[in-house]
Design a protein around this ligand. Sequence first.
Ligand code: ADP
Ligand code: MG
Length: 697
Amino acid sequence: METVSKYFGCEVFNDTVMKNSLPPEAYNLMQRTIKNGKHLEIGLANVVANAMKDWAIEKGATHFTHWFQPMTGITAEKHDSFISPVSGGKVIMEFSGKELIQGEPDASSFPSGGLRATFEARGYTAWDATSYAFIKDNTLCIPTAFCSYGGHALDKKTPLLRSMQALSRQALRVVKLFGNEDVNFVDTTVGAEQEYFLIDRSVFDKRKDLIYTGRTLFGAKPPKGQEMDDHYFGAIKPRVLSFMKELDEELWKLGILAKTEHNEVAPAQHELAPIFTTTNIAADHNQLTMELMQKIAKKHDMVCLLHEKPFAGVNGSGKHNNWSISTDTGKNLLNPGDTPAQNAQFLLFLCAVIKAVDDYQDLLRISVASAGNDHRLGANEAPPAIVSMFLGTELSEILEAIENDVAYGKKEKELMRIGVHTLPKFPKDSTDRNRTSPFAFTGNKFEFRMLGSSASISDANVMINTSVAEVLKQFADQLENSPDFEKDLHDLIKKTISEHKRIIFNGNGYDDKWVEEAEKRGLMNLRSTPDCIPYLLAPKNVKLFSDHKVYSIEELKAQCDIQLEVYSKVINIEALTLLNMVNKDILPAVSGFVRELSAAYNQKKQTGLSLDLSYEEDMIKELSSLSGELYNQKSKLEKEMEKRESFEDMNEKAVFFRDVILAGMNEIRRTVDSMEDKTRSSAWPYPTYGAILFSVK
Ligand code: ADP
Ligand code: MG
């Protein structure tokens, strides 16, 4: 095997490849285009496309595709081959600049929330030149954004790129206040830690619920779950290890900086953490990571579950979005720094994030809302549905000292004068770390921990970037042209802390008392997807997005509709799957077992020996009564399901699915799980939780 440094990025048309394959002039122009996010001229595009094609063909590629991320949250691609016919029944391989910069996938079946009227069936894709092209499955993939001809975003990438620009614009104004004239733009960086489950293919294939919905709709509690805490960071099983090894290699070939792989809390649960990179690239890489996890698991006769809650009563999977802001000169703006000036700038950026999270709690909550993630948030394993921030004791004490103009310091107490005094060093080790906080400061970045494992990270970053951009704008407006910068800066920081400290909570987010406390503080607690999505259209949010040119009102309405529609669709599929399982497998299986018990009962009786019949008698009674109950419950659910097409309003429909359908499913599940506990193992139609969770030996 070659060394990693040799094959790292070998499937990527990256800077080194461009340098080697493009004429110097074209290379320089391309560099500039990437740096300034400028439109690619057709002349240059032709040169680049040709070099890209030659490179790709040499690597065995036969097709190309515009790779994009429709609003479904997964990726889409349509493959075209490079072939072009010439005389004599021959073909040559062609790829033009036009084909590189713009594509026209027939997009009519991607959700658009009404943005793309049917007469305008086509949207177009445009190359995001900041994200390198790469080869996957013999296909040259060009990362693109996807828009309607009216210019509306039809994907997750377009708003993300817009939000990065918005943040850069405003952050630039702020860094200039601190004399950083050499900065040209500000980037947001993200490292997305990904959790997932691996189970054996043979058990997966026997569970319709996993196949159709990605999660188990039934399953009695196994004798052993995660209570021993013996899986977390435990020794990795050989089969899983060989999966991880192959995954790392494939990711590295694609230039993805997979860094650490370890076991997670639940049995069969694992995590992968990459090294951070620019946000849009991190989003692309996370999509590729999820795709490769599923593909490679199959090769190892396993299935990778990315659902947020595959198993009730067992920890679900999330994604941690580590986020920071850095200048093109390489300075991390959330790094406290060593000098008073750096500290002052850090405090201002910190306050901007605090105010942004407080002012736009609803948006952060919306960005992680899905039917799957609703099972996690607030279920004592993931952060609660309430958005709050963790800063750690040290930093919180400093903010408190600033707010109250009191002395700070363990030994020599001194008044913190921003821009004059230096901040103490913050401990970076993980002891001072709160695992239950939704939004935690971890030394030089924030970790947003509410994302579901299957989600695209784009939505969350759109919200963070745009809300922070807005606060930075307000700050810059106030501080630019200030006659006494130091004083105004101090006052602004002080005011921000005092007005927004309610969002800071360093305690245990899993504690029920926090829910009460948060309510007293006036924080939002938006428990489910239908509860939070409508806030997307709150006037303050519409204004935010239009001021920063991230979403138009039409795009927001479309977002809203799509999210609610997807929510209803997911539960609809789950309910249909559940009913199928009850009707075709569970009721017949239990009935068969009761028949078997009855036969045993009769045979024992016929012996005339007055044998103890209590087991048979009790089980026949209990299971018959549970079957009757289940039959009624499922008939009721079937009746309710008939109403599902009658809703005009998307939100009413989503609420119906939550309050009626999902509630009915939960009721049914309780009955089924207690039937499972009473039925002979081999008579039960599905692998049990124990068999699934411990299926990978
Ligand atoms: P921790 O000790 O907080 O776990 P790590 O260095 O292991 O820190 O980082 C956890 C994740 O955070 C990784 O994905 C890492 O790349 C990411 N990360 C680190 N620094 C930054 C940053 N400046 N911006 C975004 N993500 C970052
Ligand atoms: Mg983490």
